[in-house]
Design a protein around this ligand. Structure first.
Ligand code: CTP
Length: 416
């Protein structure tokens, strides 16, 4: 297997020190890292410490003629499988969006044909500034991938909000699907080895519900259960005790997961309540919104008339759980399956259902998400929206559970 190579562009910011850990973790996982530092980055960490960890020389400026003679910017980007920019400052994002090339970092970013993953870090007001948001939109449209920023306390006193550099495991998880595929399994194995959900209980709903009209007919949503089952498996692999409450699916019960099979929304709600308390609850089931008000014991026969089905609304399982006093899990994640205005509707659901995060996906027929093996997810949180690249449902599950593990670790540490 070829060793994978990452070119890490380190921007200037207090979070630059986290890059030292990022380099160390990537190298532990067998990835070669070559670093480029902007002039501002060198104000925060030294090229010597970065070079010691990369075990390579550190490249600092385009106008170092020796560098240009020995190894030019084109070669630097050509010799990498992926370019990561971390921390990406507001200024660096602006340069990238505007196509500037006035130092080594921006020149590489202009010259590269490799995937680029950006991990922004800046003051929340700078992140939320319309200029930065405009640049982010432009870069996303240009195909640049983003991880973070996360919401939280800033290095400056009394500053909080979106702007923290994503945590190192999150950056690695985001980099993983962008690397050539033979490295993916290896990276996941290393992340799993840490088992950060050990001691946690994760509750997952999955699949459709079937709401009987009579003994042979039912109302249901389309859902294969693949995404929910993948989440249960990913949580288990990270060390959690997992309860999976699933509607009727053609999938086997995942080994090692406590699986409860139900038919209807009301049974699903009952099984969910019975499984609480949980540290994380993920509502991936496509619950039927309505059920028939009456369910005759006998099959309804054709009579030539148009039969009327009187529909009543089912309980909202997610909203019921978030309104519980003592038993509301510390992290509640909902899904939003939409066919248009995916992020807009997801934001509304986040508020209306009082969830902590909503994983929103486009399920219009042309996307092939329903029943298919891949998914394109936007993670909507109160601090902002992250659009993930298209990945397999297993990869979405792994990334979501890693994010959740990191969130719990941070909130638990903050409470202690
Ligand atoms: N959900 C639930 N119980 C329901 C309906 C939905 O727990 N009765 C959960 C789903 O598991 C998902 C989230 O709520 O996590 C959003 O589901 P979705 O079907 O997209 O939303 P609805 O509330 O049904 O809204 P609408 O159908 O109007 O889009």
């Amino acid at each position: 297997m070829n060793q994978k190579r990452i070119l890490l562009i380190i921007g200037g910011g207090i979070a630059a020190y986290k890059c030292l850990d990022l380099v160390r973790r990537l190298r532990e996982q067998g990835v070669a890292v070559r670093a480029v530092m902007t002039r501002a980055a060198a104000e925060f960490i030294t090229p010597l410490s970065v070079g010691t960890l990369t075990n390579d020389r550190v490249f600092t400026d385009l106008f170092d003629l020796n560098d240009e003679r020995e190894i030019g910017h084109i070669r630097l980007s050509r010799e990498a499988d992926l370019v990561i920019v971390a921390p990406a400052t507001a200024d660096l994002l602006a340069k990238m969006a505007g196509g500037h090339a006035d130092d080594l970092a921006s020149t590489i970013l202009m010259a590269t044909d490799k995937p680029v993953l950006v991990a922004p870090a800046m003051n929340p007001r700078m992140w939320l500034h319309p200029a930065t948001q405009r640049n982010v939109k432009q870069l996303q449209a240009d195909g640049v991938h983003f991880v973070g920023p996360n919401v939280g306390e800033m290095a400056e006193r009394d500053e909080a909000g979106p702007g923290r550099l994503a945590e190192v495991p999150e950056i690695i998880a985001a980099a993983k699907p962008l690397l050539p595929s033979d490295n993916i399994a290896q990276t996941v194995t290393h992340l799993r080895a840490e088992r950060p959900l050990t001691g946690r209980h994760v509750l997952v709903t999955s699949g459709p519900t079937h709401e009987p009209i009579d003994p042979v007919r039912y109302i249901a949503n389309r859902s294969s259960g693949k995404q929910g089952h993948a989440i249960a498996k990913a949580a288990l692999a990270l060390g959690a005790r997992v309860t999976l409450v699933t509607g009727p699916v053609a999938l086997p019960d995942p080994p090692g997961v406590d699986t409860v099979r139900v038919e209807t929304a009301r049974q699903m709600l009952g099984a969910v309540r019975h499984s609480l308390p949980a540290d994380i609850a993920v509502f991936a089931a496509a619950v039927a919104d309505w059920r028939s008000a009456t369910t005759p014991g006998e099959k309804i026969k054709k009579t030539g008339d148009r039969p009327a089905i009187d529909l009543v609304e089912n309980p909202d399982i997610l909203a019921t759980v978030t309104s519980l006093e003592a038993e509301r899990p510390p992290l509640v994640i909902g899904f939003a399956a939409e066919t248009r205005d995916v992020i807009g509707y997801a934001k509304k659901k986040l508020k209306a259902k009082r969830a902590d995060w909503i994983a929103a996906n486009d399920v219009s027929l042309e996307t092939d998400v329903l029943g298919g093996d891949s998914n394109t997810v936007h993670l909507v949180t109160p601090g902002g929206t992250e659009s993930w690249p298209q990945m397999t449902k297993d990869e979405v599950a792994q990334r979501l559970m890693l994010r959740a593990a990191e969130h719990l670790r941070r909130t638990t540490a903050a409470a202690e």
